[in-house]
Write a protein that binds this ligand. Structure first.
Ligand code: GUN
Length: 294
């Protein structure tokens, strides 16, 4: 069997096009431009690259973006006072504090300080709480797991009644992904480093979401034939033949998994482009909320 390739680049482009059209309409009808503020603390190169991509995408779609960078030794007060300044700024609709923060900072307190209506990452405890609870809806859904759900839907994967196995329990992906799949009526299992028999769980999964950060850990022979595989991993592995000296691989061994799966996301070009697309959608939504309150 050869799996259907889930083209994240194409789906993300569709989402972005819709956002760009709505941003242009908003300017026309309301003379209003959505704005995103990014906050980067320290100089982690991967985080700096992600933040730059988010800012560039804002520019492409007509969203105003303002980048704030604080030194790696910034105090808790420095970060929280920047967030409160951004909370009060009417030109800022969304606030994105890039994670992870340096270890000395209290991440929970920082996320808590972001105004609920500007929480475009969806990490505020109230948004996460609403995501977890039946019959409640968050204002914003975390971007990466939301992107995974859009990919599943676009690929025609049925979630209702499906056995979904998520490998990884991070606050950014694994946990909110579990909540979203549960809201979509899947039967959800979260596996992690202490799970006793990962393969036993994977073998009965109709949907597998891999978000563990271990390069090519999940192999084709661990999967149930026909399963849908969403690979959230983006890992650099040394490759002397590649121009940059490395290549990007997922948490799933693509070649062997594509032989067994019914559908699979590639790396790169799968989940990656969706994260930014969903952030743009959330920023537009934050601007719509602001306009509705004017
Ligand atoms: N670090 C890795 N992914 C994310 C994300 O989606 N949002 C933020 N703020 N930080 C991240």
């Amino acid at each position: 069997m050869s799996a259907q390739i889930i083209d994240g680049k194409a789906v993300a482009a569709k989402v972005r096009d819709q956002v760009a059209v709505k941003v242009a309409e908003m300017k026309e009808k309301h003379n209003y431009t959505p704005g995103l503020a990014t906050v980067l603390v320290g100089e982690d190169p991967a985080s700096a690259t992600y933040v730059r991509s988010k800012q560039r995408m804002c520019e492409r779609l007509g969203i105003r973006s303002v980048g704030h960078t604080l030194p790696a030794d910034a105090s808790q007060e420095d970060v929280e006072s920047l967030v409160s300044q951004l909370n009060a700024d009417p030109e800022v609709n969304g606030i994105l504090v890039q994670l992870p923060l340096p270890k000395h900072l209290d991440e929970e307190a920082v996320l808590n300080s972001i105004s609920l209506e500007k929480d475009v990452d969806g990490f505020h405890p109230v948004n996460i709480g609403r995501l977890a609870m039946k019959g409640r809806e968050p204002l914003f859904i975390p971007c990466t797991p939301h992107g995974c759900m859009v990919l599943l839907e676009d690929a025609g994967v049925e979630t209702s009644g499906a056995e979904a196995v998520i490998v990884g329990r991070s606050n950014i992906v694994g946990l909110p992904m579990a909540m979203l799949l549960q809201k979509a009526n899947a039967t959800v299992t979260i596996c992690h480093s202490r799970t006793k028999d990962l393969v036993e769980h994977l073998k009965r999964a109709d949907i597998v979401v891999a978000a563990i950060g271990i390069p090519e850990m999940i192999k084709g022979d661990m999967l149930k034939p026909g399963t849908a595989v969403i690979d959230v991993g983006i890992n650099r592995v040394d490759d002397p033949e590649a121009k940059r000296g490395y290549r990007l691989v997922g948490d799933v061994d693509y070649d062997s998994a594509a032989e067994v799966a019914g559908a699979i996301t590639p790396v790169p070009g799968g989940v990656g482009p969706m994260t930014i697309a969903m952030l743009m959608q959330n920023t537009l939504r934050a601007a719509e909320i602001a306009i509705s309150k004017q």
